[in-house]
Design a protein around this ligand. Structure first.
Ligand code: GAP
Length: 506
């Protein structure tokens, strides 16, 4: 395991970012609990996503139930397709996910293995039980959705949603009316989804319950251009298309989104647009450009509803490229399916009198994966100390307030300063336990951008020191001037040196 990964998991559980759930009962794979710091970090990332993907575009946000009646997933195709091949050992009974085992034992990438390939490889005895090396039984498929019964008599079978997207399709007719019939229409939803993963692993990366952030963008296929495409079309991205992978190429090309769209590498302009927005968002989380790429899904791995999907992937020291978002062109697949199964008309009318079902492009982010990625990429050490150098906009705590010593009226003064900053809307952590050096170290390890110290001089002239998490430089400033300055600093409008005069010069 890579050092950063190990360290981050250790800090995460010790400092209260996240840890495995149900600990006191021995735990169960695929469920994690967020603590105070993790909850704040997760919310901040969600808010940044909302700002960039929803508010800026004037999209509508909805909140739909997690439990849906089975009819929804019969129509959407999930009951047929949301399945994984599993293999059971004929001797010890161990159950494993077929694609993971084949990748591990034969080195064939999991994403390029379809059902026929699994049957052939198992039939030819090419893979064996990872536990006891015995033969495996014939592969079977396993529905990775959680089933439940709705109501006291259990008369209705329900399923927990594995994606939030269906809520946007089910409520499309209402929402388009509320939007006065106008396309393009963006509907967004953030919420929990559940998947009964066979092999939950890698901490927050493969969970059984996780948070998804999705936009479904509805447009007229006869008018497929995105009005905001100019904003991103000069943006260069690294792309590894489906065709390149089929030719055995492994190195992505760097190309502008405008060119990728005009050459047809990306089928829908809206998809290319959201890939540009996605790059902006991920970069704002502190992930450098060279660790990002878009990889096209191979036909075997593409979801049943998609004609083209690009995963936004991030390179991590430990695991190589990992997916944090999927950009899918879902066409009219879902609305047509719900129209067929419900009998409800999903068409819209064009000005020339023709009727059509809108097409859909979907950017879909896994929030928990972003939490991990933000933690791991922000981790560094300085003089042997751990620092989580989060971008200021997502740091869980804005500022630590520290009395130099816990006596002589300094704690009381520090509490006053804490109140002033809290009243200004800041998230403040007060800490008076241990030496000032240890408290700075605790603050840096929590990723808090600023530490404020109340000392004896504060009692004389009403000034405090502010310390920068990343450089450990210090400046001095008057308490009454702090709230607006710190707010501007956190928004990135001013730099650290503009927060005051160097502490040594006072
Ligand atoms: N509506 C499209 C959809 O659900 P997906 O690729 O299956 O697409 C979207 O999921 C995102 O959710 C992924 O890009 C990934 O970031 C995240 N994700 C998927 N499965 C996950 C799991 N088991 N645990 C944590 N995050 C997961």
């Amino acid at each position: 395991m890579g050092e950063a990964y190990e360290k981050v998991l250790e800090i995460a559980s010790r400092r209260g970012f996240f840890w495995p759930s149900f600990e006191i009962y021995g735990g169960i794979g695929g469920f994690y609990t967020y603590g105070n710091l993790g909850t704040r970090l997760k919310r901040n990332i969600e808010e940044l996503w909302r700002e960039i993907f929803v508010r800026r575009h004037g999209f509508y946000e909805i909140e739909d139930p997690i439990i849906n009646p089975s009819r929804v997933f019969e129509a959407s195709g999930h009951l047929t397709h949301f399945r994984e091949y599993v293999l059971e050992c004929a001797r010890c009974g161990r159950i494993v996910r077929a694609d993971h085992l084949i990748e591990e034992q034969l080195g064939i990438p999991a994403q390029s293995i379809d059902g026929r390939e699994v049957e052939r490889l198992v039939g030819e005895g090419k893979v064996r039980c990872p536990n006891c090396d015995a033969e495996l039984k014939a592969p079977v498929t396993f529905l990775t959705m959680f089933q439940t019964k709705i109501g006291a008599k259990g008369e209705e079978v329900g399923y927990a949603r594995p994606e939030a997207a269906q809520g946007m399709f089910l409520n499309f007719r209402r929402c388009i009316r509320q939007a006065r019939g106008a396309l393009p229409l963006g509907l967004a939803q953030v919420g929990k989804v559940l998947r009964n993963e066979i092999a939950p692993r890698r901490g927050l990366f493969r969970l059984r319950e996780f948070t998804i952030m999705e936009v479904e963008l509805f447009f007229d296929p006869q008018n497929p251009s995105c009005p905001w495409f100019d904003r991103v079309k000069e943006e260069e991205v690294a792309i590894l298309t489906e065709e390149m992978q089929e030719r055995g190429e492994r190195k992505p090309v760097r190309i502008t989104l405008g060119e990728a769209s005009s050459k047809g590498l990306i089928k829908a302009e809206w998809q290319a647009y959201f890939m540009g927005v996605s790059k902006e968002f991920i970069t704002m989380l502190g992930i450098p450009e060279e660790r990002q790429r878009f990889r096209g899904h191979l036909p075997e791995e593409r979801a049943h509803y998609s004609v083209q999907t690009f995963d936004h992937e991030i390179h991590l020291e430990n695991w190589g490229w990992i997916e944090v978002a999927g950009h899918a062109y879902r066409t009219d697949y879902d609305l047509s399916a719900h129209q067929r199964h419900s009998g409800v008309d999903m068409t819209l009318l064009r000005s020339d009198g023709s009727r059509f079902i809108p097409h859909v492009v979907e950017p879909s982010f896994g929030l928990d994966r972003l939490v991990h990625v933000a933690l791991e990429t922000s981790f560094r050490t300085m003089e042997g100390r751990n620092i989580l150098a989060f971008p200021r906009s997502i740091a869980p705590i804005n500022i630590s307030v520290l009395p130099l010593v816990a006596k002589d009226g300094l704690p009381e003064k520090a509490r006053e300063v804490q109140r002033i900053l809290m009243d200004a809307g800041l998230v403040v952590e007060y800490d008076e336990r241990g030496s000032i050096g240890r408290r700075y170290a605790r603050s840096d390890e929590a990723g808090t951008p600023l530490a404020l110290t109340v000392d004896y001089q504060t009692l004389e002239d009403g000034t405090v020191t502010l310390r920068d998490r990343d450089s450990w430089r210090q400046v001095r400033q008057r308490i009454d001037a702090l709230p607006p300055l710190i707010c501007r600093y956190l928004k990135g409008e001013i730099g650290f040196s503009e927060l005051g005069i160097p502490a040594g010069d006072v």
